[in-house]
Design a protein around this ligand. Structure first.
Ligand code: GLN
Length: 340
């Protein structure tokens, strides 16, 4: 089905004067490097890589050596070091080429009209905010379900939804094909709850039928027989992702099984997560992520937003950015989730 079917392809806005694009970010990095020297910058990166996870909440290091291999680690320095790359970066391990070739980070929020329960919109706001705090320009595009999903975004966010909107969203996303094409191009996709289920092979829809998903994650969802999974969640993230403990809120009937093509995103300490009884929460492969956590999850866990930004920029570290309010929210919600 053509892109026109659901209406006009939404356009990314032109970067405004206040927008700091990739070039400016490059300059920022250069200045940062001039100030501290390349060596110090490298040391700064290494130090943060050596810190235990709890201490590196502010500058989470995405451990590319583990997760993405040496090649990408090496390319990061080529691409965002002092010298601008002369050639486009070669295709990387997972088919992901460097995306930030345009002037701004392009954040696509998929189907706000159908999928945005429990303030999941906050994920788009937090990703945008965390990027801007680092002097990055951001073009955020909200793609309604009657529009085509653009294929040229850097980060795609898709939220939760009630059963019927979830079916409609899955149907439209399948017909549109934009999100799948973006994934094939190596886009970063972060999905929550209904969005997570839609990224899988199939889920059970509001009519009690098995509804095909997009097959972007090797997971499938059945309807849980027991009580709905509702409440606060605390979960330890897959160590490969090098993130602090996740706090979130879950509310779902679906139970999601993971295939061999994905790793669990996290292991629950409190809460149900995927609902399979094995403690797994969410799923992850390459640059595609799924979780059951609302909250919104990025507001409670800004390190997740930072991880996505680092993936988009293809860097291991970001300049520090204030987390005072996030820290307060985290502390409050973690305390609330822990059994007395
Ligand atoms: N409708 C799905 C379920 O109940 C997802 C719910 C949600 O996104 N909060 O499993």
């Amino acid at each position: 089905m053509s892109d026109q079917y659901y209406g006009q392809q939404p356009q990314f806005g032109e970067p405004g004067q206040g927008d700091y694009g990739q070039q400016q970010y490059g300059q920022y990095e250069q200045q940062h490097q001039q100030q501290y020297g390349r060596q110090q910058y490298d040391r700064y990166e290494q130090q943060h890589q050596q810190q235990p996870p709890q201490q590196q909440y502010e500058q989470q290091q995405y451990d590319r050596q583990q997760a993405y291999g040496d090649q990408q680690q090496h390319q990061q320095h080529q691409q965002y070091g002092g010298d601008a790359p002369q050639q486009p970066a070669p295709q990387q391990q997972f088919g992901r080429s460097s995306r930030m070739s345009e002037s701004s980070l392009r954040v696509v929020w998929v189907y706000p009209d159908l999928l945005s329960t429990y303030g999941d919109r906050g994920n788009a706001l937090v990703v945008e905010r965390r990027a801007r705090q680092r002097g990055l320009g951001v073009q955020r595009i909200d793609v309604r379900s009657d529009q085509s999903v653009p294929t040229s975004g850097d980060i795609y966010l898709i939220g939760g939804g009630e059963d019927r909107p979830q079916r409609l969203a899955a149907e439209r996303l399948r017909n549109d094909g934009g999100l799948v094409r973006a994934a094939e191009n190596g886009a970063i996709i972060f999905s929550v709850c209904a969005g997570f289920q839609i990224l899988g092979h199939e889920f059970v829809n509001d009519l009690g039928e098995r509804e095909p998903g997009l097959g972007l994650l090797d997971v499938w969802t059945v309807r849980g027989e027991g009580a709905r999974c509702v409440g606060d969640v605390l979960a330890d993230v897959n160590p490969q992702l090098n993130l602090p403990q996740l706090t979130g809120f879950e509310n779902h009937q679906g139970v999601t099984h993971l295939g061999e093509g994905v790793s669990p995103l996290a292991t629950v300490q409190v809460g149900r997560g995927n609902g399979t009884g094995d403690g797994t929460e969410g799923a992850w492969r390459d640059t595609v992520f799924g979780t059951y956590l609302h909250g919104p999850v990025m507001a409670r866990n800004p390190a997740v937003a930072d991880m996505l930004i680092k993936l988009a920029l293809d860097v291991n570290a970001l300049p520090p950015a204030d987390t005072t309010w996030y820290d307060e929210l985290r502390a409050e919600r973690i305390a609330a989730a822990r059994p007395a």
